[in-house]
Structure formats: C-alpha cells, structure tokens
Design a protein around this ligand. Structure first.
Ligand SMILES: Cc1cc2nc3c(=O)[nH]c(=O)nc-3n(C[C@H](O)[C@H](O)[C@H](O)COP(=O)(O)OP(=O)(O)OC[C@H]3O[C@@H](n4cnc5c(N)ncnc54)[C@H](O)[C@@H]3O)c2cc1C
Ligand SMILES: NC(=O)c1ccc[n+]([C@@H]2O[C@H](COP(=O)([O-])OP(=O)(O)OC[C@H]3O[C@@H](n4cnc5c(N)ncnc54)[C@H](OP(=O)(O)O)[C@@H]3O)[C@@H](O)[C@H]2O)c1
Length: 322
C-alpha cells in the first residue's frame, strides 16, 4: 500500500463489507491505466455488459467507492463510517485513441474499450477532490462503476460536411475533441480541421504524438500545443521567450489563423471550446450572453460567432468541466 492512504484509520468498514459493496456497484473493469506523468493518465475501461452506443463528444460518469485508497500528496478527506460506504461519481468525456495498435485511424466506437483522459486534482478550493485521487491509485484489472447513461449535446450533430471545424481546449478538455476528430477524419470530412490545446507544460499534451501523425497524413488537419509554464513562457531572459500563451492570445493576435491557414469565418466555421470555465468565459457571474472579459466566448462573439443554446442553433459550441 506504499504511496496510498485509506479513507481513515478507524477501521469502520470491514473487508467483507467492501467486497459486498464492490460486487453490488461495480460493473466494469479497468483494462489499462497509462500514466503520462504522475498527475495525468489515460484510462481504458471495459463495461461487463459491453459498450453502449454514444456520439463522439459525449460523456458519462465513472464512480468508485469512498472506501477505495487515495494516492498520497492530495488534500486529506476525513470520512465518517457512513460516508466511507458511499460512491463518488464524476462526469468524464469519452476520449479516443484515434490510432489503433496497427497505426490505423479508427472511429471512437470501433475501439473495444472506453477511453478517458484524466488529470489528478490534488487540491481543490471548496472540498477535497473525491474521485481522481482514487482513480490514480487503480491498477489494471481493478473494478469500477461506469454509469450506462451517456449524455451531452457537445457533438458534431448539425455540422455540414464541408464546414471548417476548430477545436480549442485547455488540459484534458481535449478528450471529447479526440473522439470528434477521429470521426471527422475517418469519415472523409471535406472542410478544414484544426485542434489547439493549451497546457501548463509540454508533457501535459498527452496525445501530441498521435495528432502530429494525423496532421502528417491528412492535409486538411492541423494540431497546435500552447504552453504557459515552460521556461520560454516564464523567463524573459530565455532565448525563445514567448510569454504565457493562452488560446485567446493566439486568436486575438491573428497567429492562429496564420498558422492554421484557417480564417475564422462564421459563415463556414464551427468552433468547439472545452475545459476550464475561465478560458470559455463562464462562471458564477457570467453566462454565454455575458461571458467573462477576455474569454473565448467574448472574443469569438465579437468576431461574429453565435453560441449554441437550446433556443437557437449556433456555431460556437462549449463544454465546461467545472
Ligand atoms: C461534462 C464533463 C466532462 C468532464 N470530462 C473530464 C475529462 O474528460 N477529464 C477530466 O480530467 N475531467 C473531466 N471532467 C471533470 C471531472 O468530472 C472531475 O471534476 C475531475 O476529474 C475532478 O474530480 P475530483 O472528484 O477529483 O475533484 P472535484 O471535486 O470534482 O473537482 C475539484 C476541482 O478540481 C478542478 N478540476 C476539475 N476537473 C479538472 C480538470 N479536468 N482539469 C483541471 N482541473 C480540474 C476544478 O477547480 C474543480 O472545482 C468533466 C466534467 C464534466 C462536467
Ligand atoms: N499540469 C500539471 O503539471 C499539474 C501539476 C500539479 C497539479 N496539477 C493539477 O491538475 C489539475 C489539472 O491541471 P491542468 O494543468 O491540466 O488544467 P488547468 O489548471 O485547467 O490548466 C490548463 C491550461 O489552461 C490555462 N488557463 C488557465 N486559466 C486560463 C484562462 N483564463 N484562459 C485561458 N487559459 C487558461 C492554464 O494556464 P496557467 O498556467 O495560467 O494556469 C493551463 O495552461 C489541476 O487541478 C491542477 O491543480 C496539474
């Protein structure tokens, strides 16, 4: 149990109780957990009942019992005996490997597992992070809950086959984009496609190699990684200093359009935003019609894009993670 800690040391829950709770709630097996580094991983999960149909871009919930151990170095989570027997569940976008073991491009539904791209949350403002410290303690073969109900309107529904499609993500917000990009490329989408992800450090771009390979194979696909905490972002004395590069910066300056060779034309372009609500522009005091100053929603609406809403169709799609 090195590096892991049990929910508490009172021993309130017995091994027999844990076995019974796990047998009652868990319905899937962790096939693999690939650690990109200590705080970022790709999980592959196989539900006992097989894969349910879903659309690229949708999400479902994963769950583990509060009785499961947590990795070390995260906020402590004191739990009483009743809380220890409960489940913690969180929503996760279904990600996609894009290339199979033979290097062939596959649509997300063609893989024999569900893939998830998950960041370890070590500290959180309001309450200790519940699920990721437990997910990161799992080993292949572990049992887990996969909620069978797939949800979400952050999909390619209504995208014309010759539209230009741009995906902007922070961190693991890239996950649903991977599934949508696989779909577009595998079905011969005629418009141009670009994906840009903003991460703290280069090593946080967990799918970079596969996207570089796809950009090599598909002339209508481009992939970009921006960083914010590498030496060239932080040290003005660095020979290649560029400062912190947010997605908003490369859109506002025109750099994105130049590098992607893709004009931001609302008449033929759909844009997808996923990840941090601060990047998207949402928060307690903000909404799609009154987004945060300096956010992507504000910037792109000023360029003529229209956020999708239940009331009207648009060309600016967004999914916030918290
Ligand atoms: C529709 C939807 C899809 C999601 N898909 C993913 C996904 O594919 N991958 C993923 O890692 N997370 C995803 N999330 C977030 C996920 O549901 C959990 O909130 C997250 O994994 C942290 O869980 P936790 O219980 O450890 O901490 P929580 O108590 O849930 O979160 C604590 C705090 O951590 C921060 N946080 C949460 N998620 C992230 C994140 N991904 N990156 C950076 N900071 C974060 C926020 O400040 C949040 O308030 C998604 C959320 C939603 C609503
Ligand atoms: N990535 C790591 O190495 C690392 C290490 C320790 C802990 N963690 C934890 O892991 C979780 C995930 O971290 P993460 O780095 O994947 O996600 P994140 O904190 O959401 O950051 C992803 C990227 O979004 C940028 N960003 C932040 N605010 C923005 C805004 N208003 N507009 C546009 N972009 C913005 C970040 O830049 P900034 O540099 O400005 O934040 C970063 O480059 C967090 O809970 C974090 O505490 C991560």
């Amino acid at each position: 149990m090195t590096g892991l800690s049990l929910p508490n040391d009172t021993g309130a829950i017995t091994a027999a109780e844990i076995d019974a709770l796990a047998a009652r709630h868990y319905n899937a097996t962790l096939q693999s957990i690939a650690k990109i580094h200590s705080d970022l991983c790709i999980l592959r999960v196989v539900p006992d009942a097989g894969l349910v149909p879903f659309l690229p871009g949708q999400y479902l919930s994963l769950g583990l019992g509060n009785w499961e151990p947590r990795v070390a170095g995260v906020d402590p989570e004191p739990l009483n005996a009743v809380q220890q027997k409960r489940l913690c569940k969180r929503a996760y976008s279904i990600s996609c490997s894009l290339l199979d073991d033979a290097g062939s491009l596959r649509r997300v539904q063609e893989f024999p597992y569900l893939e998830f791209y998950v960041a370890l949350v070590r500290h959180a403002a309001r309450r200790p992070p519940a699920l990721t410290p437990r997910l990161f303690a799992l080993a292949p073969g572990a049992r887990i809950l996969v909620e069978p109900r797939v949800a979400g309107h952050y999909t390619l529904a209504g995208i014309p086959p010759d539209a230009d499609v741009i995906f902007f993500a922070t961190g693991t917000g890239e996950a649903p984009h991977n599934a949508m990009i696989a779909e577009l490329l595998a079905t011969g989408h005629r418009g141009r496609i670009a994906s840009a992800v903003c991460v703290r450090a280069r090593r946080d771009a967990g799918y970079e190699a596969v996207h570089r390979e796809l950009a090599r194979r598909f002339p209508n696909y481009r992939y970009f990684v921006l960083t914010t905490r590498e030496p060239e972002n932080l040290d003005p004395a660095h020979p290649h200093y560029v400062g912190k590069q947010y997605l908003q910066d490369i859109v506002r300056s025109g750099q994105f359009e130049r590098d992607a060779q893709l004009p931001l034309d609302p008449a033929r372009t759909h844009i997808f935003l996923c990840g941090s609500p601060a990047m998207i522009g949402l928060g307690p005091q903000a909404s799609p019609t009154a987004p945060l100053a300096g956010s992507m929603l504000e910037l792109l609406q000023s360029r003529g894009f229209i956020p999708v809403s239940p009331a009207r169709p648009g060309n600016l799609h967004f999914e916030r993670y918290w």
